[in-house]
Design a protein around this ligand. Structure first.
Ligand SMILES: Cc1cc2nc3c(=O)[nH]c(=O)nc-3n(C[C@H](O)[C@H](O)[C@H](O)COP(=O)(O)OP(=O)(O)OC[C@H]3O[C@@H](n4cnc5c(N)ncnc54)[C@H](O)[C@@H]3O)c2cc1C
Length: 402
């Protein structure tokens, strides 16, 4: 009893990746830790991220790793403090072994399901004496007290330290709805409107092309927007295009859309052949039809072939130079972003200028923000979860030293 009185109280609001790491890593001899979550369970988005394989981090080296982030300078200290290697060791320490996949992405070893990873993290939180308050939705402040709604009741809490970890604004079903933006703005904490990222991009495909090819993937290609180039694949959908090849271009596409109401990405269908080599092949076999050269000699897929065929005039199609150029730099016009609720991540939230380098709100002392609710972003590949876990671990170390 005496010990509890001497401890400072910390309220963590939100029960996702960043919050759970913070709660596991705070010094419970120094702090009385309470975590408030609006859902009746923790880590709903963490589990959604695990559908089809929980890509928890990436194995590439520190320098490359950091380059993946928008606002990399902001994220760097947290990754330096708690890197992908540190995270892999930490997971090992709670009984979760990982492996590096062929794409260098890191996953829990086969047989370990996302729910088991979540349970292992929850066990660590219990060992760290974290008090969990489910079905508690934070709704705002009354002066400096936190207000929660629980089953029609308003509850007031006055912790010494508050840490918000409310997530972004996609996949609302997981609890991360982003409705809190105005509440922060009213407190004088600068915010940025949410926008979808790692999302589908709208393309107005020709109807005869999309009827046959929706659901088909453009594989082993590279995708470029401005100077940003990404190797990978993308799926053609009725709405447009999505996938690991185009997600990393989100920022460039968004900026072009803001400036011009449209964006253009260029696809290289044949990474292993230069434009001159393609021209040579196209000219070399006059007895074969262009179609046969493209499908049999150059080995384009039917989808790549039909894409080129349906977007070229007859004259262009018969020009080896033009067709070779199409294979190396096929332009796809993007006319919009997909639904925010279906995006893997969001940009926007708390403006990075609103927090100190220790993640404390400049306009609200002892109030911190971590995770996706801050305005940074990264492509899929494990970078999002890594940054969330890194911020949680960093903030715990900072508060433990205070
Ligand atoms: C489909 C999908 C696939 C993904 N795949 C990957 C992947 O493979 N690799 C990767 O690295 N990342 C992936 N991500 C992204 C990753 O899951 C998120 O970036 C990460 O979970 C964000 O963690 P967070 O702690 O910031 O917030 P969240 O995990 O979103 O947690 C926020 C929590 O706050 C709670 N909350 C919100 N408002 C309130 C309130 N007012 N009161 C109380 N509680 C509140 C929410 O209920 C939620 O539990 C994926 C995301 C999606 C949607």
């Amino acid at each position: 009893m005496e010990e509890t009185k001497l401890k400072k109280t910390i309220a963590i609001i939100g029960g996702g990746a960043s919050a759970m790491m913070l709660a596991c890593s705070l010094d419970s001899t120094k702090y009385s830790i309470a975590l408030y979550e609006k859902n009746k369970a923790l880590g709903r988005k963490f589990l959604v991220a695990g559908d089809g394989g929980l890509n928890i981090t990436h194995s590439e080296n520190k320098d490359l790793f950091i380059e993946r982030y928008r606002n990399a300078a902001f994220i760097k200290p947290f990754l330096n403090h708690f890197s992908n290697t540190d995270f892999i060791h930490w997971l090992q320490s709670i009984g979760i072994e990982t492996f590096v996949g062929s794409s260098k992405r890191v996953f829990p070893v086969k047989g370990i399901k996302p729910i088991q990873v979540l349970k292992a993290i929850e066990k660590k939180m219990t060992q760290n004496k974290v008090s969990l308050f489910y079905n508690h939705e934070w709704t705002g402040w009354k002066e400096n007290n936190l207000l929660f709604q629980k089953g029609g009741q308003t509850i007031e809490v006055k912790p010494d330290i508050t840490v918000f970890a409310l997530g972004g604004a996609s996949w609302k079903v997981t609890g991360s709805h982003g409705n809190w933006l105005d509440v922060f703005a009213q407190k004088g904490i600068a915010t940025v409107p949410f926008s979808p990222s790692n999302c589908a991009f709208k393309v107005d495909w020709k109807s005869e092309f999309i009827q046959e090819h929706h659901g088909k993937a453009l594989k082993n290609a590279s995708f470029r927007c401005d100077q940003k180039i990404q190797k990978g694949e993308a799926t053609i959908t009725q709405f447009g295009i999505e996938g690991s090849g185009v997600y990393p271009l989100s920022d460039n596409i968004r900026n072009q859309l803001i400036d011009n109401q449209k964006a253009v990405i260029y696809v290289d269908f044949k990474l292993e052949l230069s434009e001159n080599e393609l021209i040579h092949i196209l000219k070399n076999d006059p007895k074969l039809s262009v179609k046969d050269v493209l499908l049999k000699r150059i080995k384009l897929t039917k989808t790549q072939y039909d894409l080129i065929k349906s977007y070229t005039t007859k004259e262009e199609y018969l020009s080896p130079q033009f067709v070779a150029n199409c294979i190396k730099y096929f332009p796809i016009e993007i006319t919009g972003l997909g639904e925010i609720d279906e995006a893997i991540s969001t940009t926007g939230g708390i403006d990075l200028t609103a927090v100190t380098s220790h993640l404390e709100c400049k306009h609200a002392t002892s109030v911190f923000c971590i995770g996706e609710m801050l305005d940074w972003d990264a492509p899929t590949g494990g970078y999002l979860l890594q940054a969330c876990f890194s911020m949680g671990n960093y903030l715990a170390s900072y508060l433990n030293q205070k």
